[in-house]
Ligand binder design. Structure first.
Ligand SMILES: NC(=O)c1ccc[n+]([C@@H]2O[C@H](COP(=O)([O-])OP(=O)(O)OC[C@H]3O[C@@H](n4cnc5c(N)ncnc54)[C@H](OP(=O)(O)O)[C@@H]3O)[C@@H](O)[C@H]2O)c1
Length: 340
C-alpha cells in the first residue's frame, strides 16, 4: 500500500510517498481503509520533533533521529476492512472516524477504542477533520467547566481547534470573545463569537476585561498576563503548542509547567469522552513491549510534589493546594482557577 513516510525530523521535505506492506490488525484492533485524513498542528510538531524538549518527554512517540512511527498522520475517516480478534461491536464495512497513528496511508490499523461511527450525513472529508481539533476543543471547554452565561475568551479562535471551541462554547450558551488576526475576524464572528479582538492591533491581556474561562490555544503569552484576565473563581485552560518559529527547544512547555505547578487535581470520575485512552504510539509501545509503563504516569496531572503528598495522604481525594489563593485543576494541558 502507499503511505507518507519520514525517516528523520525536518520540514515537509523529509516526507516521501512510498510502498509499504499492508498492516494486519492484532487483538482488539481493526484495519481501516482510509478515505480521508486531516493534518493538525500535532502532525507538524511530530514531523519536526519540536519543541525539542518533547523528544525527551515522550519516548514512545519521539525517537532520537525521527518519530518512532515513520508513517505520518493521525486523524482519519474510512471503512473497516478487517476486524481483528476480540473486537466486538464493529463489522466489516462500518464507516468510522477516529484518531490514531499512521493514517496518511491507504490502510491503518486502529485499536477499536479509537473508533467512532461516522454519521451518514457527514462526508469522509468533514469527518476526518473532527477528531483531534474538535475533541481538543470539547475537552478544553469541559476542563474549563464552560456553562451557559459564562464569558469565555478563546485565544487562537480562528485555528483548527479554536474554530470548534468558539462554536461549541456558543452552543453551551456561553458569551464568546475570540482572539485572531484582522483577516479572520469575519470568520470568527460567523462562528458565534459576540466579540472579536484583533491581536495585531490590541493586547487582549490589557483591555481591563476579565473572563470566567480563558482558553489559550496559542501558548505564546506569559502566565501572569493570562491570569490577569481570569475573573475571580474563573478558569484558565492552557492547550497551546506554540507558534512555528517560536521556541524550537522548549516552546510553550515553560508556560505549561508553571500552570501545572499551580494546579490541583481534576474533578474525580472524568472519563475521556473521546475514548482516546489506549490509542496512538503509547498504546502500540505498550502492546509491543517497547516501553514499560511508568508508574509516575498513572497520575500525570499531579506534580512530583503532588504525587508525594497523595501517596502520604489517607485514602480518598486530596486537594493539596486548597489553602492557597488559587483553586486549580488540570485541563487539556492544564487549567487553573482565577484568584480573587
Ligand atoms: N493539547 C492538546 O491536546 C492539543 C491538541 C491539538 C492542538 N494543540 C495545540 O493547540 C494549538 C492550536 O492548534 P490548531 O490546530 O488550532 O492550530 P492552527 O490551526 O495553526 O491555529 C493557530 C491559531 O493561533 C493563532 N495565532 C497565531 N499567532 C498568534 C499570536 N501571535 N497571537 C494570538 N494568536 C495567534 C492563529 O490566529 P490567526 O491565524 O488569526 O493569526 C490561529 O487561530 C497548537 O499550538 C497545537 O499544538 C494542543
Amino acid at each position: 500500500m502507499k503511505a507518507l513516510l519520514q525517516d528523520t525530523y525536518g520540514t515537509s521535505d523529509v516526507l516521501r510517498l512510498d510502498e509499504i506492506a499492508r498492516p494486519e490488525p492484532g487483538p482488539g484492533e481493526v484495519l481501516v481503509r482510509i478515505a480521508a485524513a486531516s493534518i493538525n498542528a500535532a502532525d507538524w510538531h511530530i514531523m519536526r520533533g519540536e519543541p525539542r524538549i518533547a523528544r525527551l518527554m515522550d519516548r514512545s512517540m519521539f525517537g532520537r533521529k525521527g518519530p518512532r512511527e515513520p508513517v505520518r498522520g493521525r486523524d482519519f475517516a474510512g471503512t473497516i476492512e478487517v476486524v481483528g480478534p476480540g473486537v466486538t461491536g464493529w463489522r466489516v464495512g462500518d464507516q468510522v472516524l477516529g484518531e490514531d497513528d499512521a493514517t496518511l496511508a491507504e490502510f491503518a490499523v486502529v485499536p477499536h477504542a479509537c473508533l467512532a461511527r461516522k454519521p451518514e450525513a457527514l462526508s469522509f472529508e468533514d469527518a476526518a477533520a473532527l477528531p483531534l481539533a474538535a475533541g481538543t476543543a470539547d475537552l478544553c471547554l469541559t476542563r474549563g467547566e464552560v456553562a451557559a452565561g459564562h464569558h469565555v475568551l478563546v485565544i487562537g479562535a480562528s485555528g483548527g481547534v479554536g474554530t470548534f471551541a468558539v462554536q461549541l462554547a456558543a452552543v453551551r450558551g456561553a458569551i464568546v470573545t475570540g482572539v485572531c488576526r484582522t483577516r479572520n475576524i469575519d470568520l470568527v464572528t460567523s462562528l458565534g463569537a459576540k466579540e472579536v479582538i484583533d491581536y495585531t492591533r490590541d493586547d487582549f491581556t490589557r483591555t481591563g476585561t476579565s473572563y470566567d474561562v480563558v482558553v489559550d490555544l496559542v501558548g505564546n503569552r506569559r502566565l501572569r498576563d493570562l491570569r490577569r484576565i481570569v475573573a475571580p473563581g474563573g478558569r484558565l485552560v492552557l492547550s497551546g503548542g506554540g507558534n512555528p518559529g517560536e521556541g524550537r527547544f522548549v516552546g510553550p512547555i515553560g508556560l505549561m509547567a508553571k500552570g501545572w505547578a499551580l494546579r490541583t487535581p481534576p474533578r474525580p470520575a472524568r472519563a475521556d469522552p473521546h475514548g482516546h485512552a489506549g490509542c496512538g504510539a503509547a498504546h502500540r509501545a505498550r502492546r509491543d513491549g517497547r516501553a514499560r509503563r511508568d508508574p509516575r504516569r498513572d497520575r500525570p496531572h499531579l506534580s512530583a510534589r503532588g504525587r508525594r503528598r497523595r501517596a502520604a495522604a489517607p485514602r480518598g481525594r486530596t486537594r493539596p493546594r486548597q489553602d492557597r489563593r488559587h483553586d486549580l485543576s488540570s485541563g487539556a494541558t492544564g487549567a487553573q482557577r482565577g484568584s480573587s
